[in-house]
Design a protein around this ligand. Structure first.
Ligand SMILES: NC(=O)c1ccc[n+]([C@@H]2O[C@H](COP(=O)([O-])OP(=O)(O)OC[C@H]3O[C@@H](n4cnc5c(N)ncnc54)[C@H](OP(=O)(O)O)[C@@H]3O)[C@@H](O)[C@H]2O)c1
Length: 243
């Protein structure tokens, strides 16, 4: 019999995902982390080294993992893993990089969320899904088209799923959440980009220089406060400004 709440975090090997996994483990969750690499996380965090660019088999394995934990008091899936392709105009980026950004950033959340919802469909305990989005899902940015497309996809995925789940007696609560700007490798990639190919580079350098970035721990705490709220999911596309 499983008595601990369950939490699945994608992209747990660094940045925001590591902080989410640490904080969830510290609050007593049974945590499963999914990334290509593993991280120095508490021993209680189970880590699967998986490539979410090929999410189909991972989703099947996740469904089985959840079925084996039936009876848990709650379950959350945080689709956190994301990829920025090399910051540059679309036509300058390799097709493989573009495909990877969409597979990891949009296809994997779609497949993992489907597996999560199917495996727990008849659970009556609270079930929550968070899609980690970005302000760039809500506005465009030159040099970041695949990322913008994936994040906009997550936002509308949340809107559609929220309608589906609201029609069910114990439906899951779902939101696509912009986490703010965070001091992670993703930000390093943006401010380290070629300024000729990526005109926004200086804006990202200034965010870092001016101390505008949240630490991963601070950003994770904001997301987890939002996730724990009774009204989580009432707004299916949201951010952490009020959290
Ligand atoms: N940082 C920001 O300012 C910011 C702002 C808005 C939104 N976000 C969003 O917040 C989330 C976390 O971002 P972050 O800044 O922490 O990014 P990050 O430091 O680049 O970390 C990305 C995570 O995704 C995982 N990942 C990448 N490709 C993967 C693959 N093929 N299979 C499995 N896992 C993969 C990485 O693990 P492996 O490399 O080990 O696979 C890593 O754990 C992302 O969705 C990002 O878009 C970040």
């Amino acid at each position: 019999m499983y008595t601990a709440p369950l939490a699945i975090v994608t992209g747990a090997s660094r940045g925001l995902g590591t902080a989410l996994a640490e904080q969830l483990a510290a609050s007593g969750h049974t945590v499963l982390g999914l990334s290509r690499r593993t991280a120095a996380l508490p021993a209680s965090v189970e880590q699967w080294p998986v490539d979410l660019a090929e999410a189909g088999p991972v989703a099947e394995r996740l469904a089985q993992w959840l079925r084996e934990r039936r009876g848990a008091p709650s379950a959350v899936l945080i689709n956190n893993a994301g990829v920025v392709s090399r910051p540059a105009p679309l036509e300058a980026i390799d097709a493989a990089d573009l495909r990877n950004a969409i597979r990891v950033g949009l296809e994997a959340p779609l497949l993992l969320t489907a597996a999560f919802l199917a495996a727990t469909a008849d659970w009556t305990v609270p079930r929550r899904v968070m899609l980690v989005s970005s302000g760039l899902g809500r506005r465009g940015m030159a040099g970041s088209a695949s990322y913008c497309a994936a994040k906009a996809g997550l936002d509308n995925l949340a809107r559609a799923l929220a309608l589906e789940q609201a029609a069910q007696p114990h439906g899951a609560r779902i939101a696509s959440v912009a986490p703010g700007v965070i001091d992670t490798e993703m930000q390093q990639q943006l401010r380290g980009a070629d300024p000729v190919l990526f005109p926004e580079r200086e804006r990202f350098a200034a965010l870092h220089r001016d101390g505008q970035l949240d630490s991963p721990a601070t950003a994770a705490a904001k997301l987890l406060r939002l996730l724990a709220r009774d009204d989580y999911g009432d707004e299916s596309v949201t951010d952490v400004r009020g959290a």
